[in-house]
Structures are given as structure tokens and as C-alpha cells.
Design a protein around this ligand. Sequence first.
Ligand code: MSP
Length: 653
Amino acid sequence: MSNNDTFYITTPIYYPSDNLHIGHAYTTVAADTLARYHRFRGKDVWFLTGSDEHGQKIERKAKEMGMEPLAYVDKIVANFKHLWDSLHISYDDFIRTSEDRHKQVVQEIFTKIYNKGDIYKSTYEGLYCTPCETFWTDRQLEEKKCPDCDREVELLQEESYFFKMSKYQDRLLQYIEDNPDFIQPVSRRNEMVSFIKSGLDDLCVSRTTFDWGIPVPIENNHVIYVWFDALTNYISALGYGSGDPKYDKYWPCDVHLVGKDIVRFHTIIWPIILMAAEMELPKKVFGHGWLLLDQGKMSKSKGNVVDPLQLIDKYGVDAVRYFLLRDMPFGQDGYYSEEALAMRINTDLANDFGNLLSRTTAMINKFAQGVIPEPGAEEPLDTELKEVKAQAVAEFEDIMEKLELNNALAAVWKLINRSNKYIDETMPWALAKDEAKRDRLNTVLYNLAESLRIATVMITPFMPSLPEKVWQQLGIVEHTNAHNFNSIYQWGGLPVGVAINRGEPVFPRIDLAALREEASADKEEKQQQQDSKKKEKAKKKPEPPAEIGIDDFFKVQFKIAEVLECEKVPKADRLLKLTLDVAGEKKTVVSGIAEHYGPDEMVGKKVVWVANLKPAKLRGIESQGMILAASDDEGNLEVLSLKQDLPSGSLVK
Ligand code: MSP
């Protein structure tokens, strides 16, 4: 069993159906920061990430590309790994669900639960969302569409294996109540509790509609439901059942870090799988918020996904990581824009941090011959600076335990900002003018460099490549004791007498005006592309409809109708409401012809009316059938009407 000296943290395993975007990077950067932090504090950390490779969606995508599913995902998984390297993600293991070590464990767990009687066979009929690989009940759908992705669902019926989730409902509720930290933040716990209380259905855990998955051990033409398969990665990667000591050492997991959309799978299905398999439950599932754009969600189909690799190239990995973790309150949604990123770089990194480093090293060069001076007697301002440091450290440690990464950075910035203020208050340039104040000057310069050192140690897990540059400039690359987390408790860990090497700014400022210009040029270009796509689409003639027989044609009844009254539909530019006379009967029709005909032009016309069309509500008006009109590619339109005065009600054949 894992103990307090170990720390096991996981990210979700990502779908290799496409390359990853900045939203995915967010989860992994956060997990990496926590893993680095706990390692830094001396814990034995295991940090797992990976890829969730099975399922119908991947099978279909591979087919579209004319590839085998494994060959298709191999390429994308290689891209995942490249991205994680570029983001300096320090994972200890990368699990792929297509690996044998994983498949064996999934089958073993499935068999164990089946033998116990908690998995049974029955017939399933349900509404399935293929992109989300999820069955939904009728009441879960929103406007008949998948509540997660808003796409059409399809009705599937199949012989399936079911998992007795309902049996564990009360035990799970009890567990959540007894372990208030299990689901975080609290708002997500409340959501899950009410979901469970509304009643858990048994879960269909096998499929026969596709092959790309792990076969059900008892019946090989079924594959195991992707979420049952995917969730098990958290123990298969530890070598569960193989005698690997990692399992005993790290399980139960300290934190499953996941996005809010998949909290349900991790806090309901996964714990119940573990309960049924008689295993311990994870200590914590933390559901963070989503990174959104002004226009809403990022999506490939909207063409608005943000590629983290491009940002790293442009701004550097530390700045991208900093922005992700600083800008969004961890647990809540936040907005991404390149301008917000650039502003964070300019304000927090270039101004606050960068200036502290550059002013401190410049003054040590100028006033202390480029060597860290020995501090003298302490004055009240120094005491205050040290107190701010002590508070920042205490706050930081406390907040890191709560996983509030953005607030942890804010705590470090209290020290950085206080140090910048300390420069203005102590005015080293004035002290330098008076030889009698040399001791005081040395104390101030030392304190500044020390404060910078401590802040840098604290932000090491967030921006892993920054410290090396700072140690270089402070001349303490070799003094590794001054880089340790433990060195931040005591003031004075910075060695005296070492020569510094003032260097280039660690965070160059971004030209916001140029960035805005670039953004507006990009926007214009995108608009032009969209317009020309629209034109292309409009040019394309629709496919002619399939041939029909005369019987089909006669299913539609056309009659002559006379327009008695006509008026505009309020707040609808394109609609007219017509009152028709059909052999003495009055009918109401709403027609989209208002851009072509005024109401007066229509009154008195004898038009062709579709008599047996099911009524439909348009703008709250029941339209009984429709009238016919012809239109061309240029958008000209003419309502079909009679030249000869045949009576209304006459049949059109
Ligand atoms: N394969 C499943 C997870 C199985 S874990 C046993 C999956 N994969 S995913 O690739 O679609 O998403 C992985 C993670 O990325 C999720 O935690 C999801 O919340 C996160 N994000 C996807 N888009 C995101 C944002 N725009 N912002 C923040 N996180 C986002 O779900």
C-alpha cells in the first residue's frame, strides 16, 4: 500500500484520434508541476500519462485513412510524446492501451468481476454517441442530442455484458461521505453526489459493433467497453497482478487529475470497478476547468484549435507553462487568448521577475564588483522582507496541498513584488554614493539576490528550465544546496563571495501592438478563407435526388389555393403569413418569400399548395402545408401561380 513518502499522480490518457491542443496540454502541465513539486520535496513520485487507443472512433478514422488502427495511432502517439518532451513533462511511464501489459490486466479485472457475478449478459438497446463512446438514456439527452458534444446519437441494440453498478450505489455514496477529499473541488463532488442519488443504472461494458478493442475473455466476439478498458490503465501501468512491486508501492493513487467532463467516469465507474474487484480506491480525483476561447470550445471542426508547439516556439516553454497555470483559477474555466498570454509574459515575467533579476545583477556588478557581498546588520526593512518571504513560503506549501496552482504562483509573486518595492525603498544607488553606507548597501544587495534565489526555487516545478538560467546569472550553478526546496526555509542559503554573470533578459518583452496587428491580419485572412469556402459551397450543385416511382409522386397532393390575406410575420425578415382559400376552407401558410414579395402583391394570387404536408410551427404560427416557388442560383424567386382562372381546390397533377 502506498504511504506518505510516495506520490502517485496520473493524467487522463488521451485519445490519439488527433493531435493534442493547448487544452490537453493544460491537464498534463498541471500534473507535471505537481509531480515535480512532490519530487522536489523528497517524495518518491510516480507520474503516469498515456494514450487511450481503442474504440469505434479510432477504428473509423484509421479506415478513412486506409490504415490499420495501430499504425494510425502509432503516428499520433509519437506526436504526443514529442509534445510532452517540448513541454518538459517529466512522466515516469507512458501507458498505451494497445500494449499487452495493459490488455492482460483489463481482461483479468473483467474476469474477476464476472466470476463474482457482478458482470452478466443481457440485451442492450440504447442511444449511443460514437464520438464520445457513450451510451445515454433518453432523459440524459439534451434536445435529443449527446449532452457532452451536442451531436446526433444512434439507436443501438446488441447482446451485451452488463456491470452491476446499481449494486454499489450506496457503498459509493458512503465512501464519498466518509472521504470528503475524494472528489475535488467541492462543486464537482456535489454534482456527482446528486447524479448518484438520482439512481445508477447497470452499465453496458461490452460491444459487438466494432473490433478495435480488448476482447471479452469469455466471448471473443465482444470487445470491452472503452471506458472500462481506459480507466484500468491506472493499475495496469503499475503492473497489477504481475508481481511488480510498483503496484504495492504506489496504489492507491494520490491524485487522478482530470478535466471536468470526465469526472463522472473517474468518480463513479472507476471506483465501482475497484470496489467490485475488491481493491482500494484512489485518494483523490480532481476535476479542473476548461480552457475556452472567446467563441466557446476549441474544436477541430471550428478550425480554432490552438497548437501548443507553435506557442512554445514563439514564447518559450516556461512562459507557456506559466500562463496556463497562472491565468486560470485551478478548478474553474478560463479563457485563452494569445494577447492574454503576451500580457502575462510582459507583466509577471518580464516586468516583475525579469526586472528583479536584471536590476539586482546590474547593481551587484556596479556596486559590488560583480560578487555576491557579505550582508551586514539587519534593519527593519530587511526583517519585513524576510517576514514576507516566510509568509509566502507557508502560504505556498499550504496552497500546493490544495492543488490551487494559480494561487501558489500568486504567493511567490508576493515575494517578488515585495522585493521590487524593497529596491525602491532602500535605494541602493543612493547608498553607493556614501562609503560609510557600504555595509548597508551590501546587506541590501545580498537580500535582493537571496530573495530572487528563494522565489526561483519555489517556481522550479512550474517553470523547470528557468532555474538553470537564474543560477547561471547568480553564479551558483555549482552550489546545488542553494537550489533545493529545503533551502527556502532559512534566509541565507545564497553563498557569499561568488562571482555573478549578468546575462540577457530571461523573459524578453512582447510587442503587443505588433501582436494585435498580426492577430487582425490573421482574422481577415480567416474571414476571406471562410467567405471563399462559402462561395464554393454555394456553387456546388446539390446531388440530384434519387429516382422515384409514380406512386411516390402521388403521395403528395397539390391543389390550387387563392391567397385571401397576407401579412408580414413580426421580427422575421423572410416570412409572410398567408391565409388561403381552398374550395371554401381557410388555411394558414407561413412562407419564406418576404424578401421577394410584399403582402399586397400576394393577395388575389392563385398559387400551388401542398395539401397533405404535416403542419409545422414557424415563429409560433402553425403553417398548414406550403406553397410552391421556383428559384435560381442568383437567388431570384418566383411563386408559381395560375394564369387561367381555375377554381381554388382544383387538383394539380
Ligand atoms: N480518453 C479519455 C480519457 C480517459 S482517462 C481514463 C479522454 N480523452 S481526451 O483526449 O478527450 O481528453 C483528455 C483530457 O483533456 C480530459 O481531461 C479533458 O477534460 C481535457 N481537455 C480537453 N479539452 C480541454 C480544454 N479545452 N481545456 C482543458 N482541458 C481539456 O477524455
